[in-house]
Write a protein that binds this ligand. Sequence first.
Ligand SMILES: [Zn+2]
Length: 70
Amino acid sequence: MHSRTCPFCREAIHPEASACRYCQRELDPAPPSGKCRSGWLVALALAAVVTAGTAVLIRGFLKERRHWLE
Ligand SMILES: [Zn+2]
């Protein structure tokens, strides 16, 4: 775990801290890599659901069409 430096007092603080423990000033929320990864996971899951839904729809459509052709 690497630490980062408070932009106001230059003290080493926790990388995910939302406020400095030394000068009590609010900090920009650091972009934690975990958040980014979960975002990707959500996007991936969404894509999988959309793909599966489309596949089911196409399957159903083909099935229906076979009924029409008969
Ligand atoms: Zn500080």
